[in-house]
Design a protein around this ligand. Sequence first.
Ligand SMILES: [Zn+2]
Length: 98
Amino acid sequence: MADTPMSPGDRKADLAALPPDPHRLPPKGSWFGPDAERHLLDRPKFCPMCAADVELGGGISTEYWAADLRVFMTWCGDCGWFGEITRFDIVTITEEEH
Ligand SMILES: [Zn+2]
């Protein structure tokens, strides 16, 4: 069976039948586009307390910035855990001599 290209009208009808995309990104080239993409890729997916899927349980993770820190204020809809998760690109720590 050969694949036939979809006409623009058929494609529009197909897309209209889909539910709205809850993670719609801003248009390409918009000033906030790269930040929105990084947020969707980096936000916590699972609760640090009960490991439930944050999104499926009705929770939310909102990102804010403090200087160069990216902080994800997260609430778990399953267990009610509410706190901040900070993502680091690099950490320098000291370690005792062995
Ligand atoms: Zn939880």
